[in-house]
Structure formats: C-alpha cells, structure tokens
Write a new protein. Sequence first.
Length: 165
Amino acid sequence: MTDFTSLPYRPCVGVMLANAEGQIFVGKRIDMRENSAAEGEFWQMPQGGIDPGEDLRTAALRELEEETGVIEAHVTILAQTAEELLYDLPPELLGKMWRGKYRGQRQHWILMRFAGADSDIRLDAHKHPEFSEWKWVAPDLLPDLIVLFKKRVYRAVLEEFRDLI
C-alpha cells in the first residue's frame, strides 16, 4: 500500500479574475475528472501547474490564457496571496490524479482585474480546452460552487482578496 502522506504537493498557481463589477470568473471543467466522487455541478477559477523555471506571474498569465483565452493585455495584476495554500486530495482520488505523483496541491493565487470584453473570453483558445462553460459570479458564491476538498482554499483566497475585488 502506498503511503500517500510521503508524496509531495504539486506546485500550482490560481487566478481570481474579477471584472469591473466585482464578479469573479468561474469555469465548469469539461472532464469533471476531479469530481468523479461527488455529485452535482462544480465550477472553479483558472488554475494549473507551474512549469520548471517558471515564475508565478508567468505561470498565472499562461494558465489564464490557456484556460480562458484571456491575454495579458486584457488584465491588470492586483495582488498575490501572501503565503501558499495547501489542500489534500480526498482518499478516493489519491493515486488517481496527476498519475499518483502528488498528495494535493500547494497554490499561490493571483488576483487580476479583467479589462476586456466578454467576447475576449474564449474557452477554445487552447488545443485541449479545460472548461465547457463559464460565468461571472458574486465573490461570496465561490465556496458554494467548488468541490468540497477545495472550499477551505477558496475561502482563504476570497478573504485575502476581498477588499481588492
């Protein structure tokens, strides 16, 4: 039996993209792979792994463009979380996600202001789209939209960025 507590956390960056009205972008994953053990619809903010040698800003802008089609010219970076936020995968997903190499993620989050038009959001901008749908939501709804094991992280990000949204 594998001791999952000995596995590292996957380095990751997340993007809280806020529009001029203070609403937050969320997307519905196409594969829903991480939600296979849960029922219902789950949404998330853009996020992804940090490539070797990549700094947080570069990784955040790359992930944002890959997942939403939003380019750097349409955003302003406002803030970054002071510390990394960790989450563990639930037992039923350990050994299945990320080829079983990680026990969860260690995430830095970046708050960005979206200055483009909704038509600048293109979920098909990348060869392998991550989201099937997207919408703007009130910040306080974020924890209710995410899978259970990420709720604590979303609450912490929301609390840290609340005054800047």
